[in-house]
Ligand binder design. Structure first.
Ligand code: NAP
Length: 337
């Protein structure tokens, strides 16, 4: 029997903030799985800020999405047919053929997941790519020490919220920035963050940060770039470490990129600025999974997620990342019938 998949394709390349018109819902018959492949029905899919870069026709660390083809990204699904001995129908798996309700995927790039102790979608968030990004950036690049001050931008997001909590577990004083009072309340009251700045309402970000960090900044975990990076450079202590994880403030900026004025601070203060791409740190996956699972079981890590229902609304979920619609991981729940 031929299986028909519903897929979200890239219809046109966005200029500035993407709109629904850049995306198209397409129905397409799937070829039957071949030896070494499995057919998966997706339950959850992830939308992530980095996907914006793949929508540009530009060479980068990951190839651009192609017009008229399905987008891709992290997803959780159930195997409905297997032509690989490692998988059986009914297995819950994590794979990379998101943005569609069903897909034939190579078994080799697919991971079985265990949803006994955590909900399946946690493997797209706290136990998945964003969690590993936070863990690798903080533990491997920033190497935090107890009593150091860390500043985390987009602190209530999928990566940021994990960075904040792991830094607390390492004994740091954690200061975050976020764009709404609801996010700030959650960070302070549930995630254990010491101080949070609402970057949308403060008059002067650097002055607010100086007040929140009386002993300066030892680590800056950058998810935003621009004015956040500038303020952190101005307030950094000697020997500070800056993890350049993402710069969401400029993903839709086109040629009008926000300027960074304080980079010279890095010279006198001997600041280490290091960019990171999570896939360079996949070797940490077993250690990260073990440690994160223990923290979750012990109630030491908490998380939130924002769920948008339905594949047809995945573009809106993605666009919402740039409006700050999400607290914690932004997820799309697909039809579970
Ligand atoms: N290097 C890597 O391997 C890697 C891997 C994963 C993620 N990342 C990067 O990490 C960052 C966070 O990713 P995520 O998946 O955890 O997303 P996220 O933080 O869950 O979602 C994005 C958040 O960014 C904030 N934001 C959006 N536009 C902004 C702007 N113009 N200025 C300031 N804040 C803005 C919004 O929160 P507010 O309400 O607070 O504005 C929004 O909720 C992104 O820069 C992403 O590209 C990098």
């Amino acid at each position: 029997m031929t299986v028909t998949a519903r897929e979200i394709h890239l219809k046109s390349r966005p200029e500035g903030l993407p709109s629904r018109e850049n995306f198209e819902l397409v129905e397409r018959p799937l070829a039957a799985p071949q030896e070494g492949q499995i057919l998966v029905r997706n339950l959850w899919m992830s939308v992530d800020p980095y996907m914006r870069g793949r929508m540009n026709d530009r060479k980068s660390y990951i190839p651009p999405f192609q017009l008229g083809e399905a987008l891709e990204g992290g997803a959780i699904g159930r195997v409905t047919e297997s032509r690989d001995e490692r998988f059986q129908s009914g297995d819950l798996v994590s794979h990379f053929a998101g943005w569609r309700d069903q897909a034939v995927v190579d078994a080799a790039g697919t991971r079985k997941i265990d949803a006994d102790k955590v909900p399946a979608q946690a493997y797209l968030g706290v136990l998945g790519m964003p969690g590993l990004t936070a863990y690798a950036g903080l533990t491997r690049i920033a190497e935090p020490k107890a009593r150091e001050t860390i500043f985390v931008s987009a602190a209530a997001g999928a990566v940021g919220a994990v960075v904040c909590q792991v830094a607390k577990l390492r004994g740091c004083r954690v200061v975050g920035s976020a764009g709404s009072q609801d996010k700030i309340d959650w960070l302070l009251q549930e995630a254990g963050v010491d101080a949070v700045i609402n970057y949308k309402t403060v008059e002067n970000l650097q002055a607010a940060l100086a007040e929140a960090c009386p002993d300066g900044i030892d680590i800056y975990f950058d998810n935003v770039g621009g004015d956040h990076l500038d303020a952190a450079l101005a307030l950094a202590n000697e020997g500070a470490r800056f993890v350049l994880c993402g710069m969401i403030g400029q993903y839709n900026a086109g040629s009008e990129l926000p300027a960074v004025h304080n980079l010279f601070q890095a010279v006198g203060k001997r600041i280490k600025l290091q960019g990171m791409i999570v896939r360079d740190h996949f070797d940490l996956l077993p250690e990260f999974t073990r440690e994160m699972s223990q923290w979750i079981a012990g109630g030491q890590i908490t998380w939130r997620e924002t769920v948008v229902e339905g594949l047809e609304n995945a573009p809106e979920a993605f666009i919402g990342l740039f409006r700050g619609d999400n607290t914690g991981k932004m997820l799309v729940a697909l039809d579970k019938s």
